[in-house]
Design a protein around this ligand. Sequence first.
Ligand SMILES: Nc1ncnc2c1ncn2[C@@H]1O[C@H](COP(=O)(O)OP(=O)(O)OP(=O)(O)O)[C@@H](O)[C@H]1O
Ligand SMILES: [Mg+2]
Length: 309
Amino acid sequence: MSKNILEIEGISKTFLGNFKAVQNLSLKVEEGEVCGFLGPNGAGKTTTIRMILGLIKPDDGNVFIDGHSIKEDKLTALKKVGALVEGPAFYEYLSGRDNLKAFAAYSGDIPQSRIEDVLGIVGLSDRGKDKVRHYSYGMKQRLGIAQALLIQPRLLILDEPTNGLDPHGIQEIRLLIKRLSKETGVTILLSSHILAEVEQICNKVAIIDKGVLKASGDVKQLLNPEKKIYEIASNDYKKLLKDLKSLNNITILKEHDEKTGNISFHTGNWNPEDVLVELVKKGSRITLFAPKKITLEDFFFQITKEEDD
Ligand SMILES: Nc1ncnc2c1ncn2[C@@H]1O[C@H](COP(=O)(O)OP(=O)(O)OP(=O)(O)O)[C@@H](O)[C@H]1O
Ligand SMILES: [Mg+2]
C-alpha cells in the first residue's frame, strides 16, 4: 500500500511582524511520487521547503517525514532526506570529489564507494577530480544533486534545480530526475516556476500563490478531470465544424486552434464515441479524435486569475 513519506499539516510563516509568506499550508506526498511544487516568484516555495527541512521554524503547524515530527524529532525525521536548496554552497578550491568527501565525513556512515556512485549517477565521474571553481553552473547543480543523494535518501527535495541553466542543462537535469525516480523509487518534491518542466517530470502537482496552496493533485486529473473536452480534426475542417455544430448540446470551445488547426469542444451529455459515430454518418472524415489535455500553464493562469477577480 502507498504511504505518505511527507505530510505537511497546516504550516504558516509570517516574516517581519505581519508579512504572511506561507499560510496554513497542508500537503501529502506518497512514497514514490514526483511532486511538482509550483508557484510564481515570491509565492512561498523556498520558505515552505526551509520549514520542511527544519531550517526555519513554522509559526504554526507541523511537518512529518515518514511519520517523524520535524518539531519533536528533527534528526530522525531528516535522516533520509536529501536536499538541494537555492544554489548549493561548495568549497570552490576543492575538487568535486573532495567536496563530496567533506560532506560525507560530517554526515557519517557513508562509504567511499557511494561517492563514486553518486558522481556516476549525475555524470561527473570524469570531472570529479577538477576543482569546483572550474565547474560550469550546470555541473555545480549536478554536484549539488550528487551531494543530496549521498545518504541514499527516501525523500529528495529539489528547490528549482534547473534555475539558471541553458536548455541543454535543463534537459539533462530533467532526464536525471526521471531516471532517479524510475530506478531508485525515491520520492521527490521539486519546486519550480516552469510549468512545462513540472508537467513533463511530475505525476503530482501542488500550486502555491501568495503563500496559499491553490490546488494539488494528480497532474493528469487536474488537467482534464472529467475527460469532457475533446479535440477533433479533419482535412475538411469547415464541413467538420458545420457537422459538429449541428449536434445538440455540444459546445465548441475553440473553432480553430492557432497551432494545430484542431477544433476543441465540450461533449456535454454525449458519450464521446457517439459524437464520433454521428460525425462519420454525416460524412466527415476524421483524422484526430482525443480527449484534450489542458496545459498546466492554462490551468495555472485559470486558478491564479480566479483569485485576482
Ligand atoms: N527571511 C525572510 N525575511 C523576510 N521575508 C522573507 C524571508 N524569506 C522570504 N521572505 C519573503 O517571503 C516571500 C516568499 O519567499 P520565497 O523565497 O519562499 O518565495 P519562492 O516561491 O521561493 O520564490 P522564487 O520563485 O523567487 O524562489 C517573499 O515575498 C520573500 O521576500
Ligand atoms: Mg525560491
